[in-house]
Design a protein around this ligand. Sequence first.
Ligand SMILES: Nc1ncnc2c1ncn2[C@@H]1O[C@H](COP(=O)(O)OP(=O)(O)OP(=O)(O)O)[C@@H](O)[C@H]1O
Ligand SMILES: [Mg+2]
Length: 459
Amino acid sequence: MPIQHILIVDDDQLSRTFLTEAVQALGYRASVARGGDEGLALAQSAHPDLVVTDLRMPGTDGLALVKKLHEALPDLPTVLCTAHGTVEVAVQAIKDGASDFLLKPVSHETLSMVIQRIDRQQRLERENRYLRSAQSESQPEIVAESSSMAETLRSAKKLARSKGTVLISGESGTGKERIAHLIHRESPRAQGPFIRVNCAALSETLLESELFGHERGAFTGAHKLREGRFELADKGTLLLDELGEISPALQAKLLRVLEEEEFERVGGTSTLRVDVRVVATTNRDLALEVKKGTFREDLYYRLHVLPLHLAPLRQRTDDILPLARHFLAHYARLHGMQAPTFTQAAEQQLRRWSWPGNVRELENVVQRAVVLSQGAQVDVPDLVFGRPSQPTALSTSEDLLTATSSLANRLLEDIEREAILATLAGLKGNKTQAAKRLGVSSRTLVNKMKLWRAEGRVA
Ligand SMILES: Nc1ncnc2c1ncn2[C@@H]1O[C@H](COP(=O)(O)OP(=O)(O)OP(=O)(O)O)[C@@H](O)[C@H]1O
Ligand SMILES: [Mg+2]
C-alpha cells in the first residue's frame, strides 16, 4: 500500500501548519499531534502510513518517539525533522529505527522526495520479505545439533500437525519465534496466513483492538472499522508474542476465544467465528505467575496443552559452534564474501562464553566478526562479546557502565563504517547500489560518509 496518510508531530504551531499544508499540497491526507505522547497514541489509533516528527518537543521528544514507534509499530516508517542540523542526532535516529531525516527549513521538494523514497523502500522491503519467506519455506534452517534442541525440534514438528494451542517458553533470544514459524510451516495450515502480535509492545486498549478489531466509532480515533488479528489469521496461525504480559481483562477475553473460537470486535455486537491456531510465547515462568496470582490458572492450562521449552544456549553447548558456522556462512553470503572459518582459539572462546542473550547474541557477535575479519579467518579479537574483557582502572559501576556503552556505541559505528566502506569497495564506489544492498537510503549513506570525512575517519 503506497503512503496516503501522514501524521505530523510538532509542538510548534507554525511548523505544524507549514508541514500540514505541504503534505496536503502533495496530495496526502494529514493528521496532526502537538507532542510525542499524543503522536504515539494517534499513530496507534489512526493508522497513518508515515510519521513526520519534530525533534525538540517538551516531554517525549522526537528521538524518543521514533524509538517507541519502532518498538510498537515496527512497520510504520518515521522521519525526524531537526532545525539544528545536528547530524549526530539524525544518525542516532536512524539507528533507533527512523527511515530518514529532514533538515529544517523543510522544502516541498525534499519532503516529496523523502516520502517517495520511503514508498519505494517499503515496496522493496515487501518484495524482499516475500522472496525471503519463499526461500525459507524451501529450506527452513533451524540448527539443532544438541540432543535437547533436536528433541524440541522433533516435538515441534509433531505438535504442528494438531490444532492445539502451543505455548513456547524460553529465555529471550532462544529461538521462540523461529520455532513458532516452523510450527506454522509444518502444519496443515501452512498455506494460510501467519500473523504475529507482540503483546508486550502495546497498551491494554490498543492490544485489545489489535487482537479483536474495532467497529467504527468504538473509541476516539476509531474512524473506520478495523479487522483484528484474529480475523486476519483465519485459517492460519496467530503468534501471540510475550503473552505473559497481558492484563487480567484481556486474559479473560483470550480464554473465551481459545475455548469457543468466537469473539466480538471492540464496540461491536455481532459475534464473529474464526478458525485460528494460536501459538504463544513467553520468557516468563507462567506457572510462577499463576502462583503469584498475576496469570489466570484456567488460561494457563488452556495454553499449556502443548508446551515446548527452549533451553538457554549455555545449556546446549553442542549447538554453539554449528550455530556460529551457520551465521558465519549466512552473513558472509550477505556481504558477498567467501565464508571464512574460525580459528581454534576463537572456537574455544565461543564455546566458553555464557551467552546471556542466547542465539540472538551469538548471531550478533558473528555478524560483527564477519565485518571485522574482512574475509580472513575469524580470530579471538574479532569476537566482541557483550562487555569489555578487561575493565581495569574504572572505579565505580557507573564508570563501567558509561565506558561499556560508549565502547558499544563506538564499536557499532566502526562496524557500520567498515560495512559501508567494504560494500562500496565491492561495488566500485556505486553509492546507490551500496545503499540498496545495505538497506539504507542513499541519502543516509552520503550523510554518514560526509560526517566521517569531516571527522577525518575516512579518506
Ligand atoms: N536454532 C536456530 N537456528 C538458526 N537460527 C536461530 C535458531 N534459534 C534462533 N535463531 C535466530 O536467533 C535470533 C533470535 O531468535 P528468535 O527471535 O526466534 O528468539 P526469541 O526467543 O523469539 O527471542 P525474544 O524472546 O527476544 O523475542 C533470530 O535471528 C533467529 O533467526
Ligand atoms: Mg520473539
